[in-house]
Design a protein around this ligand. Structure first.
Ligand SMILES: [Zn+2]
Length: 319
């Protein structure tokens, strides 16, 4: 199969996000998350060194030009794949005008490298053409349906189809520390944060990115199989196509959320998680709410950068 070149001249749209103080957001979350978790502690702290375990991210902090960046979208995957939608992280950093760039988030992995469609947990630093890549991909072992998790080499910096990324200069700084235990509501960790912000900030779009570790509880996660050759036209079609797993903790997730869409056809939340025991995928929700223990570090994005927004769009397949 011919491998297309990466997209070189996409439409790039930028908008400011609403940026409340971290102290205010901490108070809003401290009050709101109690409707979904028995124990909630939200604080403003100096970002811990995220290169250390369990996070093992490519840079220490989330500071410096913090930006929510969405590339492509689900309409490039469904109803049928558009294989020409390949991008390079180095270009994404350049288009976002962030250098050096610490890039984390949830994406479709580079099928030309993996040999198949796959999940990606972006985690790398890019400075010009210098790359320090800790990005992982998760794909399905077709022999026994198990998960294959691997780290990409510095030379592989492509993304396929869609990406929800948080870019910063990786500097230290103040962040939100969100610690929630014992889930009592029906929302996943990220949805509970997003809905709390949405209730408070209404049409003002607040964007967050960062990382969280799920300790103790297992989680429902999916891995995409190879591209469907038949059209997938609905959420039900997509659910039948995806492969779902009940993966073990600790799981380290990376991604973004926005409380409202400022007219850019954004995916409002998207986190993928990896582990140090061979499992990874697209985070849906913990499956053991009584023992769920989430610890997250998040920064507020100051801008949203929308790259190569699909012209023909739809709203299924975004869960
Ligand atoms: Zn995903």
């Amino acid at each position: 199969m011919d491998i297309p070149p990466v997209v070189s001249n996409p439409l790039i749209e930028k908008k400011s996000l609403f940026v409340p103080t971290l102290d205010e957001v901490a108070k809003v979350l401290q009050d709101g998350l109690k409707s979904n978790f028995a124990q909630v502690e939200v604080k403003v702290v100096d970002c811990p060194d995220l290169t250390q375990k369990p996070f093992t991210l490519a840079c220490k902090g989330l500071g410096g030009n913090p930006s929510v960046v969405e590339v492509g979208g689900v309409p490039y995957l469904l109803p049928l794949v558009k294989r020409e939608k390949l991008y390079d992280f180095k270009d994404v950093a350049r288009w976002s005008e962030i250098n050096p760039a610490f890039i984390i988030g949830a994406c479709a992995g580079p099928w030309p490298y993996a040999g198949v469609n796959c999940e990606m947990m972006a985690n790398l630093s890019v400075s010009g053409n210098d790359v320090d890549n800790h990005t992982r991909i998760a794909k399905i072992n077709t022999n026994d349906d198990s998960c294959i998790l691997e780290i990409l080499p510095n030379t592989e910096t492509r993304i396929a189809l869609l990406a929800n990324l948080f870019l910063s200069e990786g500097k230290p700084g103040k962040v939100l520390q969100v610690h929630c235990k014992t889930r009592t509501g029906n929302d996943d960790f990220i949805a509970s944060i997003r809905k709390t912000l949405q209730d408070h900030y209404k049409e003002k779009a607040v964007g967050l990115g960062g990382t969280f570790v799920l300790k103790e509880a297992k989680a429902k996660q999916h891995i995409m199989p190879d591209f469907s050759t038949v059209r997938l036209n609905s959420d039900q079609d997509v659910e039948n196509w995806l492969h779902f797993y009940n993966q073990s903790p600790p799981l380290v997730a990376v991604g973004t959320l926005v409380s409202a869409d400022p007219g850019l056809d954004l995916r409002v939340q998207h986190f993928h998680s990896f582990s140090h025991h061979g499992e990874g995928g697209h985070y849906h929700i913990d499956t053991e709410p009584a023992s769920a223990d989430y610890l997250g570090y998040f920064a507020l994005g100051e801008q949203v950068v929308r790259i190569d927004r699909p012209v023909e769009t739809h709203d299924f397949g975004r869960d």
